[in-house]
Design a protein around this ligand. Structure first.
Ligand code: ZN
Length: 419
C-alpha cells in the first residue's frame, strides 16, 4: 500500500499509483499529493528522506537537505527579531553541502525517484539553468536517463559539476525558456520518454516543498511569512501545499504563512496580474522582448503556474499573500547585502528574494516581531569554486522548429526507447 494518493484540486477525484506528470485529469487544475499520514513525522533516515510527506518509497541514494538557520547579521540589518534563512547551496563552514548550489536539486531528487518507482525509464527536462544542473547531476549520480533542453540565452550563466555528463543537453539557439519547454515536449513525443511535466508533476512541487519541511522541523512551527523569488512559481506553490499539510496536522500553528513573492522587473507577469486582481495573465506582460532586460534569467518563463487552479493565484489568495517587483539594481545590491551581513555569496534570484523581504518590511506587511522564512534558493557558487572545479555546459544546438527527423538523428543512438 502506498502512503499517498493524488487528488485533483478541482473535482476531488483520487488517483492511486499514477505518474502524475502526464495525468490530464482536469486540464485546468493541479493535482495534489494526499498523504495518508496527516501527522508530520521524521524517521531516522539521513537527509531529506527522513520526511514522511514525500511521494517516494525506497530511495537508494542519500540526498542532503537545505540548511535552515536563525539569522543574526541580515536580521539585525533589516530589523527583524526572528528571521530564519533556508540556505540552498554550498557553505561547508555552516553545514550546507548542496554542490549544485540550488534548491532545484530537491526537485530533481524527488522527481527522478518518483519516476523510477512508477516504472518510467527516462525523462525529458526543460530548464532555464538551475534545473538543468540539478537533473544532470542526479541523472549522473543515479544512472537515470534524462535529456535536458535549455535556451541558449541561459548558457552564459550555466555550469555543470562534471566535465561531461552522459546526459545529452540541447540548447535552443533561437528561443527562450518557453521555447525550450516546447522543444522538450516534441522530444518526449519522438523518443517515448515523458516530459517531466512542469508544475503539474506533484513530485516536483513536493520536492521543492522540502524547504518548508526542513524549516518547520527546525523552527518547530510554521513561520508567519514565506519569502521567495518566482519564475514559474512552482516552488512557492510547493511551499504553500506543505504549509496546508502542517495546518491540517494542527501541531504547528493554524495559519498559513503569508507568501511574499518577488519577480525581476521589467519581466513580472504575475506581479502585474496580481496587482490588477486578475487570475489571467496579460499578453503584454509576457512579451519575450522583456526577458533580455532582467538579470535573473532563471525567472524568465512565459508559462508560469499562475492561473491554473491550485497555482500561484490561489496560493496568494489563500495566504493573503503579496507580489513585489524588483529592479536589477536592487538585485545586485541585495546580493552584496547578503554577502556583507551573512558572509556568503548568493545567486541573483536569491537577491530578488532579499529585496522582496526588504520591500515587504517597508510596506508594513512584515513586522519586526514576526517569524520570517527567507528562501535563498541558490547560493555558495563562488564558495564552491574555491573547493572544486566546475564546467561550462557544452550543448548540441537545435532550433525551436526542430523536426521529428532531426530529433531522431540527434538522439536515436543514445536514447531511443521504442527501438
Ligand atoms: Zn479532476
Amino acid at each position: 500500500m502506498s502512503h499517498f494518493s493524488i487528488q485533483c484540486r478541482k473535482c476531488g477525484t483520487k488517483l492511486e499509483g499514477t505518474y502524475c506528470a502526464f495525468c490530464e485529469h482536469c486540464k485546468d487544475a493541479l493535482r495534489v499529493t494526499d498523504y495518508k499520514d496527516a501527522r508530520f513525522t521524521e524517521s531516522r533516515a539521513q537527509g531529506v528522506w527522513r520526511f514522511n510527506w514525500l511521494p517516494v518509497h525506497e530511495p537508494k541514494i542519500s540526498q542532503v537537505g537545505p540548511l535552515v538557520y536563525r539569522s543574526e547579521g541580515l536580521a539585525a540589518d533589516l530589523g527583524l527579531d526572528e528571521l530564519y534563512i533556508a540556505f540552498n547551496g554550498y557553505w561547508p563552514e555552516k553545514g550546507a553541502l548542496l554542490e549544485t548550489c540550488t534548491f532545484k536539486e530537491f526537485e530533481a531528487a524527488v522527481v527522478l525517484q518518483n519516476a523510477r518507482e512508477n516504472n518510467i525509464e527516462g525523462l525529458i527536462v526543460a530548464s532555464a539553468g538551475n534545473t538543468a544542473r540539478a537533473f544532470a547531476h542526479l541523472s549522473a549520480v543515479t544512472g537515470f536517463p534524462a535529456v535536458i533542453v535549455v535556451p541558449r540565452m541561459c548558457l552564459m550563466e550555466m555550469w555543470y559539476l562534471e566535465r561531461q555528463f552522459a546526459v545529452p543537453t540541447l540548447a535552443v539557439h533561437d528561443g527562450d525558456y518557453s521555447d525550450a519547454i516546447d522543444v522538450a515536449k516534441k522530444i518526449a513525443l519522438a523518443t517515448g520518454y515523458p516530459f517531466e511535466g512542469g508544475v503539474k508533476n506533484i513530485a516536483k512541487r513536493d520536492g521543492l516543498g522540502i524547504v518548508m519541511l526542513e524549516a518547520v522541523s527546525k523552527i518547530g512551527k510554521l513561520p508567519d511569512h514565506y519569502i521567495q523569488a518566482v519564475g514559474s512559481g512552482t516552488g512557492a506553490v510547493g511551499a504553500w501545499e506543505m504549509a496546508e499539510r502542517f495546518v491540517k496536522d494542527g501541531r504547528y500553528g493554524s495559519r498559513l504563512p503569508m507568501l511574499h513573492l518577488g519577480q525581476n522587473l521589467p519581466f513580472a507577469p504575475m506581479l502585474h496580474a496580481w496587482d490588477k486582481g486578475s487570475r489571467a495573465l496579460f499578453p503584454e506582460d509576457l512579451d519575450p522582448e522583456l526577458i533580455p532586460r532582467i538579470t535573473t534569467r532563471v525567472l524568465s518563463t512565459r508559462y508560469p503556474a499562475y492561473s491554473v487552479l491550485g497555482g500561484v493565484y490561489d496560493a496568494l489568495t489563500a495566504t493573503q499573500g503579496r507580489m513585489y517587483g524588483i529592479e536589477n539594481g536592487a538585485v545586485y545590491s541585495s546580493m552584496e547585502r547578503f554577502l556583507r551581513t551573512e558572509g556568503i555569496d548568493i545567486v541573483p534570484a536569491s537577491g530578488v528574494a532579499v529585496a522582496t523581504l526588504a520591500q515587504a518590511m517597508a510596506a508594513g506587511s512584515v513586522r519586526r516581531s514576526d517569524t520570517v522564512l527567507l528562501n535563498i534558493t541558490g547560493g555558495g557558487e563562488a564558495r564552491l569554486r574555491q573547493d572544486r572545479k566546475t564546467y561550462a555546459v557544452v550543448p548540441k544546438f537545435v532550433s525551436k522548429n526542430i523536426t521529428e527527423k532531426e530529433i531522431e538523428d540527434l538522439l536515436c543512438h543514445d536514447l531511443k526507447k521504442n527501438s
